[in-house]
Write a protein that binds this ligand. Structure first.
Ligand SMILES: Cc1cc2nc3c(=O)[nH]c(=O)nc-3n(C[C@H](O)[C@H](O)[C@H](O)COP(=O)(O)OP(=O)(O)OC[C@H]3O[C@@H](n4cnc5c(N)ncnc54)[C@H](O)[C@@H]3O)c2cc1C
Length: 357
């Protein structure tokens, strides 16, 4: 029987909440500090709709929390690549993030409150050494903690917009745009009455890039956007050894721990698993390290692959990927046997060419 501890967690995002719920269920006294005024309340990051190749069964078994009420299976995924339109089907889900009751954040927050977790909102943690131990750092995509810990980070500029779209027929639909305006992609999942459009990149995004993307939205889907939110997020992508569980006496979780897919930047499934591992690290550090290594074993090969494919190879790959998934799919899956992500959602992927637009 493990002695009860008083645990502090910086960050009430996905990994922080999973860690908090797990530890509270084990009888520990848990306090979560978050910079937002309320759960998921950060603008302009949220409300937003995310896409995740989560393996539902594995997640339920390992994390001990069933998030299926928040998952919307993707249907009708349309991909627009430089004038060509595809319909793609694969095993992927959309999930709402942010302050609304329908979000994954709110779902986990309600569970945490039920388990007796205490929350202190409006607290920006900039000095991790000021947190009593044991402490879990789960501050996600924000720069302060990377700076405080001396972790190398990569800046991803983003433009987003949210529109109401109440048509139940379109629940689960997702659109994806690939073109010269970004070396990643733009995407827009529709769930819970919201159409959330995001363009991001791992190089600068200029107003001219945004204008080109606007033209693409109008041409492909007849979408006109009145107002964009501009912001930036940070991920630890700069080294092949980015995944890190312990830094000094602190436990890292989620994006800050580097538990994300380094090519397509999927982070939700990694954050959920990582929260469970961080909780384990409080009482069983060796077991936590074993699990952390197991789930991150595919990181290095995926990192090398994404490094090798800089522009213009990356754009070349993206352009042909949806036309010949049988050829390019296995390349994507190579070595990605860690966090169940790309490997899982590429299985059974089908792509249908719908012609020019
Ligand atoms: C706009 C957007 C779109 C995205 N789309 C996708 C997607 O489609 N698919 C996908 O898999 N991933 C996506 N991601 C990434 C995904 O959100 C993250 O990978 C995931 O949320 C990481 O979980 P986390 O626990 O590390 O951090 P988060 O869930 O981001 O939580 C971090 C928490 O820490 C708090 N915080 C930050 N700094 C401090 C501080 N100094 N002190 C106190 N609190 C602090 C924040 O308020 C936040 O609540 C997207 C991210 C953004 C911003």
């Amino acid at each position: 029987m493990t002695a009860e501890k008083s645990v502090h967690i910086a960050g009430a995002g996905l990994s922080g909440l999973v860690a908090a719920i797990t530890l509270a269920r084990q009888g520990h006294d848990v306090t979560v500090l978050d910079r937002a005024k309320s759960i998921g309340g950060l603008r302009p990051h949220h409300p937003s709709n995310h896409s995740t190749p989560v393996n539902v069964q594995l997640m339920k078994d390992y994390v001990g929390i069933d998030i299926t009420p928040c998952l919307v299976p993707q249907k009708n995924m349309y991909v627009y690549v430089e004038g060509h339109r595809y319909r793609v089907s694969w095993s992927c889900y959309s999930v709402e993030r942010g302050p609304r009751k329908t979000s994954l954040d709110h779902f986990l927050y309600d569970l945490a409150v039920k388990e007796g977790v205490k929350f202190e909102f409006g607290q920006v943690v900039t000095d991790p050494s000021a947190l009593p131990e044991p402490a879990i750092l789960a501050t996600g995509l924000f720069p302060e903690m990377y700076k405080a810990l001396g972790r190398p980070m990569l800046r991803l500029p983003c433009f987003s917009t949210t529109r109401k779209l109440e048509d139940p027929e379109r629940q689960g639909e997702i659109r994806n745009w690939i073109g010269p305006y970004t070396n990643t992609y733009g995407y827009a999942p529709i769930i819970n009455g919201l159409d959330y459009i995001l363009l991001f990149s791992d190089r600068d995004l200029s107003r001219e890039n945004l204008r080109q993307f606007e033209e693409e939205l109008a041409r492909s889907e007849g979408i006109r956007v009145d107002r964009w939110d501009a912001f930036e997020v940070f991920v630890p992508l700069s080294t092949p050894d980015a995944p890190t569980l312990f830094l000094g006496s602190k436990i890292l979780a989620g994006t800050l721990a580097g538990m994300m897919e380094p090519g397509a930047y999927f982070g939700i499934h990694g954050a959920l698993l990582s929260g469970r591992i961080a909780a384990r690290a409080v009482t069983d550090p060796e077991g936590a390290v074993r699990d952390f290594r197991r789930f991150n074993q595919g990181y290095k090969p995926a990192w090398r692959r994404s490094r090798r494919m800089r522009n213009p190879q990356k754009q070349f790959f993206q352009r042909w990927f949806f036309r010949f998934p049988r050829f390019f799919g296995p390349l994507m899956r190579m070595g990605d046997n860690g966090i169940p992500g790309i490997d899982h959602f590429m299985k059974g992927m089908k792509s249908e060419y719908l012609g020019r637009y």
